[in-house]
Write a new protein. Structure first.
Ligand code: ADP
Ligand code: ADP
Length: 230
């Protein structure tokens, strides 16, 4: 069954940029979906629709079969279920220490101290940053900040996790580490969307690929289907 669906979603920014035009796609639960496209294709704009930060000007979004109606409750629920790891980790880090950063979301959900502690430990273990927990986030390397940002989203335990260009600006070793981490997360049954302009990453990692260009879906299929047309 589809966890998330977009149906003929269109969005134009106030300056007239047509970022999305009649985008229709379906994200099946438990799968690894790549959104492949060059810079400016509309990937980030699409993701902001997936957790309700942007509202479609035309068309609609469904989560778990329910059409999002943009009530306060619907948006709160959607943001709990759909976590986004943004490309720039600095845009996501606010707190003094790594542990505080990762605790922030779960505390905000009103969870008890013990539950928060367990989630934070688990998220730090998966991302390999337990030994950084008392460090101030602004002293970390770029790769370390990236992991803290991922851990913060994991600790919210969303059903769908979106990674916006997770390997951008990473060297080959860090890229392999991030992809291994995504494989771990996916093996725990999470639904994952990854955006990339890297054809090799989409081809080797994804169960299913949507190709986006100039705000439109110009291709969809399994890696074998997408790359056999060439
Ligand atoms: P991608 O994530 O694929 O790089 P984006 O969704 O960021 O694509 O951008 C899609 C289009 O919308 C691009 O032409 C981009 O320049 C434009 N755009 C993105 N954000 C804004 C904004 N806040 N105001 C105006 N145009 C924007
Ligand atoms: P780690 O040591 O945790 O792997 P690094 O600090 O070495 O992380 O950064 C990993 C990669 O990201 C390197 O290739 C580095 O050049 C690049 N990088 C570091 N800081 C930035 C930044 N602010 N913006 C973009 N790329 C960065």
């Amino acid at each position: 069954a589809a966890l998330l669906e977009a149906e003929r979603v269109s969005f134009t920014y106030p300056d007239g940029t047509r970022a999305l035009q009649h985008v229709t796609l379906s994200i099946p639960e438990g799968k690894k979906i790549a959104v492949l496209g060059p810079n400016g294709a509309g990937k980030s704009t699409l993701f902001l629709h997936f957790n309700g930060i942007l509202r479609p000007q035309e068309g609609c979004i469904y989560f778990a079969g329910v059409r999002i109606n943009y009530s306060h409750k619907a948006l709160t629920d959607l943001r709990r279920q759909v976590g986004i790891v943004f490309q720039d980790p600095d845009s996501m880090l606010f707190s003094a220490s790594v542990r505080q950063e990762i605790s922030f979301g779960p505390l905000n959900l009103g969870l008890g101290r013990e539950e928060v502690g367990q989630r934070v430990e688990a998220a730090m273990a998966v991302t390999g940053i337990a030994d950084l927990q008392d460090k101030p986030t602004h002293f970390l390397s770029y790769g370390q900040k990236k992991r803290v940002a991922i851990a913060s989203v994991l600790a919210m335990e969303p059903r769908l996790i979106i990674f916006d260009e997770p390997t951008a600006y990473l060297d080959p070793r860090s890229t392999r580490e991030v992809m291994a981490l995504l494989a771990d997360i996916s093996s725990q049954g999470k639904t994952i969307i990854l955006s990339t302009h890297d054809v090799d990453i989409a081809y080797t990692w994804a169960d299913y690929i949507y190709v986006l260009a100039r705000g439109q879906v110009i291709g969809a299929g399994t890696p074998a289907e997408i790359f056999s047309d060439a």
